[in-house]
Design a protein. Structure first.
Length: 654
């Protein structure tokens, strides 16, 4: 009988042990690339077993319990020789950075951790001044202190310590357990925090003396929870903190290797409560938005939809779970850990999950023919694959029915089946209603593969805008509408207005069309037809693929902006690249211009400011202004244009 084991060996023993195992033939050895990484449970402590050993263990246990599901970067503010850092790394939740003012402590700690083969990969010690750290703001999810435990004193400045704590859930947990040889007086900790401008309750009980401070969200910070920002498809995060003057917060992972080709227009990144979610090639990658720390990476085969202007997104983000629609099911993924907690299924057998959105306790979806969505894993490389995401009169993905589930239990609340084709890219939701564009044209409603040309969708005046009650699925109103769209079609809603938009070729140019309706009864409000100015000679760079942004009470296209309720032109234009898509906050529009990520101030003349001249955004939405910062994951994968850097990056407005 053969025995198979996977061995992870310390470097100093690896050569002799590998030779012996192979010589004796007892084990089929899988040698990992990184032989220096030890499992946390198997590693022996490099520190002497002394009276402080149980104290450090008690401190680590308390810190892990009080920080809940926090993971990512942990800074030990006053790290000593690294003993607290060592105890914390055993949880597997943190990559620990210790900062210490005593250079001798740093060298001693580095030597000990290096001998244990964890230095650099899991723990790093820096020599630094604790009143003026050399790191950017928000560098850690958790900040603790070893100095307080070992020496009973508060190191450096509390304000500098708290500067490292990331917003929206980052935690500073400062104190010591009982049994420390140098007890910290409670009043000293309170005074230190007060001098740093921090207000919190210091507890003193059987667990020791501790202060726990959680940083709240930044005032005015926005979110990006669905493909086009929100359930209304506004493409606006609502963030009020953005600026066209920024400084880098972080750069690094995820890199381009895990990403879908940018030409295919993959799903936009999502943001909520300090976490950034990026859809890669058949995987979801979650990072800390404020410092770039990798939190988890979930493999989801066949999940990566492309051609997002002609389909619905497959991700919907709530505070506690990320919902991932893939084939005929929806994965309910814990946002903190990346674990799949349960799987929901479409209510109709033989159908796949199309549209997806979540709000409150509801999860909305649509049923579509298997294989209707364009999936990266099923798509040919090269020009054939690229054309699925761009070009004239490409087919849109359509569903056969809509439904609503309880997002916690999966219980079905209602279904709508009008015997029609429902355009996945033209479904939106507000506080009371679900709106969508459907077609009763026989060729569209009876389509067998779930992909319909817009000329067929609008054939014989078969297109309708329909409104359902969000809670019951009851039809509130339904009106026939004559839409001129041929290349793309989308639907959004805000401020009591439902806005249909799309594009067609006309008079040797691409024309963008906007049609606004009153949300309460579907009556027409206004319409606008705007030439792009691009011309129709070049059809394969996405000039057709433009969606409207609703920012406050204004509708924005590159070619102009309009009052949302009246349609009055307001005269704002901005010069983005013809093949770029746009995202927005309440103060700025973000897109690509001259190949570079660019911010356009809404209170300016439309002249953009380049955020970085050495990087290139993706072809779809890739710049996310949310959380009070601006993030750009490495969604330029597959780009053949000339530029220097392929990296993810976060910027802090100045």
């Amino acid at each position: 009988m053969s025995i198979q084991r996977t061995c992870i060996l310390p470097r100093q023993h690896s050569r002799s042990l590998i030779s012996r195992l192979l010589r004796e033939g007892l084990v089929r050895l899988i040698v990992l690339t990184l032989l220096t990484r030890l499992s946390a449970q198997a590693a022996d402590s490099p520190y002497a077993d002394d009276p402080l050993t149980p104290v450090y263990r008690a401190a680590a246990e308390h810190i892990l319990a009080e920080t809940g599901t926090a993971r990512g970067n942990c800074i030990v503010f006053g790290a000593g020789t690294g003993r607290l850092a060592w105890e914390l790394r055993t949880s597997g939740r943190f990559r620990v950075l210790g900062v210490e003012e005593d250079a001798n402590h740093v060298m001693t700690g580095r030597q000990a951790l290096h001998e244990a083969d964890v230095y650099g990969d899991q723990i790093t010690l820096h020599h630094g001044v604790l009143t003026n750290l050399r790191y950017r703001d928000y560098a850690a999810a958790v900040v603790v202190s070893d100095t307080i435990i070992a020496e009973g004193r508060c190191p450096g400045a509390a304000a500098e310590m708290f500067r490292m704590v990331r917003p929206d859930g980052g935690i500073a947990l400062i104190g010591q357990p009982v049994g420390c040889p140098n007890p910290l007086p409670r009043k000293d900790l309170e005074s230190w925090l007060r001098d740093g401008g921090l207000s919190c309750q210091v507890t003193e009980d059987t667990r020791g003396v501790w202060a726990r401070i959680e940083r709240p969200p930044l005032p005015g910070a926005g979110e990006w929870t669905h493909n086009l920002a929100d359930i209304g498809n506004t493409a606006c995060s609502g963030d009020t903190r953005t600026s066209d003057r920024v400084v880098p917060l972080w750069f690094g992972e995820p890199g381009p290797a895990a990403m879908t080709d940018r030409h295919w227009r993959p799903h936009s990144p999502l943001y909520k409560h300090g976490r950034l979610f990026v859809a890669g090639n058949d995987r979801i990658i979650c990072s800390d938005a404020y410092n770039g720390a990798r939190l988890w990476d979930l493999s989801v085969p066949n999940c990566s939809r492309i051609a997002m202007m002609r389909d619905a997104g497959f991700l919907a983000l709530a505070s506690d779970f990320l919902y991932v629609a893939v084939e005929g099911r929806c994965l309910k993924v814990d946002v903190a850990t990346g674990q799949v907690k349960s799987t929901l299924t479409v209510p109709t057998k033989g159908r796949e999950w199309g549209y997806i959105a979540t709000v409150d306790d509801a999860l909305f979806g649509s049923t579509q023919v298997p294989g209707a969505s364009y999936i990266a894993a099923r798509t040919a490389r090269g020009a054939v694959g690229n054309q699925l995401g761009r070009g004239n009169e490409r087919m849109v993905v359509a569903s056969t029915a809509l439904f609503c589930l309880d997002r916690h239990t999966g219980q079905l609340r209602w279904t709508y089946d009008g015997g029609s084709a429902i355009a996945n890219a033209a479904i939106c939701i507000d506080e009371q209603s679900v709106y969508f564009i459907e077609s009763t044209a026989p060729a569209a409603a009876g389509d067998s593969d779930g992909r319909v040309p817009l000329a067929t969708f609008t054939e014989g005046s078969g297109e309708h805008i329909t409104c359902l009650d969000r809670d019951t699925g009851r039809v509130v109103w339904r009106h026939q509408c004559d839409l001129l769209f041929r290349h793309v079609m989308h639907l959004s809603c805000a401020q009591g207005v439902v806005l249909a938009g799309g594009c067609r070729s006309h008079e040797r140019d691409f024309w963008y069309h906007l049609r606004a309706y009153r949300a309460t009864d579907g009556s027409p409000l206004w319409e606008r037809d705007v030439p792009s100015g691009f011309g129709t000679k070049d059809t394969d760079h996405g000039k057709q693929d433009k969606h409207a942004m609703i920012i406050g009470n204004t509708v924005y296209l590159k070619q102009g902006n309009f009052d949302l309720t009246k349609g009055t032109p307001l005269g704002y234009r901005f010069p983005t690249s013809s093949c770029a898509e746009c995202s927005s906050s309440l103060k700025h529009i973000f897109s690509r211009n001259g190949g570079c990520p660019t911010a356009f101030a809404l209170n300016g003349k439309g002249k953009g400011v380049t955020l970085c001249s050495a990087m290139r955004p993706g072809c779809y939405i890739s710049i996310i202004p949310a959380g009070g910062i601006v993030v750009l994951p490495a969604l330029s994968a597959g780009c053949t244009c000339g530029y220097t850097l392929q990296t993810s990056i976060g910027w802090l407005p100045r």
